[in-house]
Design a protein around this ligand. Structure first.
Ligand code: DHB
Ligand code: FE
Length: 284
């Protein structure tokens, strides 16, 4: 059977992608940030999954105000890196896993979550920057990826609690897939940042670290965080953090199993306008 073995959480700041693509990772500004992902790149090589379910948000790239799915699952065979205004990032095409994605869609929709089925989509920095941070600059990404997009851009956005429950449903879906697959689930976006208005540049280390503590040790408490707390404390774009709860809801301890092993935790300010957080949890 398919099995979720680990979850990965990371910010997705587009400037990080640009720093990698332009060969700036050892510059003094960027060096401390990339140092925090050295462990992760080794970990990724030692813990190569068969598939990654990558929870991310599209930034009005594939979707627009014309059409706003709250939750969307990519069921395509492949996804092109998007042109976000400076040309597509020079990264590999993302290969999908249509069979597992279709199974998750079937199972999760039958568990009463409304997913939009996406058979064609370009993927923006929300998806490609986490892959670059974890995998470096390979010729091809190490495994297929199922893009799972969440609307955190246009209100109304889903609550953290709903995201956590969705993660539980995804876990059940993976558990019932009749093939031996090592599956990781990644939650991306965050941490505190606000890109607009009078509070642009907002960073809240205290909130971010308290969120990481709860995410690791008491995810139900993290899931109970009301929407307004993210916006007030972590900034308008800090709401991206609800996506981390989807990944967390798929871990063993939420399903009667053991608490996960904390393999890595990292926090850094600043990257562009953003605080960067990163955690790796392993099911034991
Ligand atoms: C920035 C951060 C984001 O999460 C994003 O999606 C776009 C821009 C920034 O810090 O500039
Ligand atoms: Fe973002």
């Amino acid at each position: 059977m398919a099995k979720i073995t680990a979850s990965v959480y990371t910010s997705h700041v587009p400037a990080i992608g640009a720093a990698i693509d332009l060969g700036k990772t050892s510059e003094p500004y960027w060096q401390p940030l990339f140092k925090g992902y050295e462990f992760s790149k080794h970990w990724m090589k030692d813990n190569k999954p068969d598939v990654i379910i990558l929870v991310f948000n599209d930034h009005a790239t594939a979707f627009s105000l014309d059409m706003i799915p709250t939750f969307a699952i990519g069921t395509a065979d492949s996804y092109q890196p998007a042109d976000e205004g400076w040309g597509p990032r020079p990264v590999p095409v993302v290969q999908g896993h249509a069979e597992l994605a279709a199974h998750i869609a079937q199972s999760v929709i039958q568990q009463d979550f409304d997913l939009t089925i996406v058979n064609k989509m370009d993927v923006d920095h929300g998806l490609t920057v986490p892959l670059s941070l974890m995998c470096g600059q390979p010729e091809a990404w190490p495994c297929p990826v199922i893009p799972f997009a969440v609307n955190v851009v246009q209100y109304p956005v889903p609550s953290g609690q709903r995201c956590f429950n969705l993660g539980k449903a995804i876990r059940k879906a993976v558990d019932s897939f009749d093939k031996d697959l090592n599956v990781q689930i990644w939650g991306t976006g965050g941490m505190s940042h606000q890109l607009q208005g009078p509070r642009a540049g907002l960073i809240n280390r205290e909130f971010d670290n308290a969120f990481l503590d709860k995410l690791i040790a008491d995810p139900a408490a993290a899931a109970a965080t009301p929407h307004i707390d993210y916006v007030r404390e972590a900034g308008s774009e800090g709401i991206e953090l609800v996506m981390w709860l989807i990944a967390r809801g798929a871990m063993d301890d939420v399903h009667g199993g053991e608490a996960p092993k904390l393999a890595h935790r990292f926090y850094h300010v600043p990257a562009s306008n953003t605080a960067v957080g990163h955690v790796i949890l392993e099911n034991v």
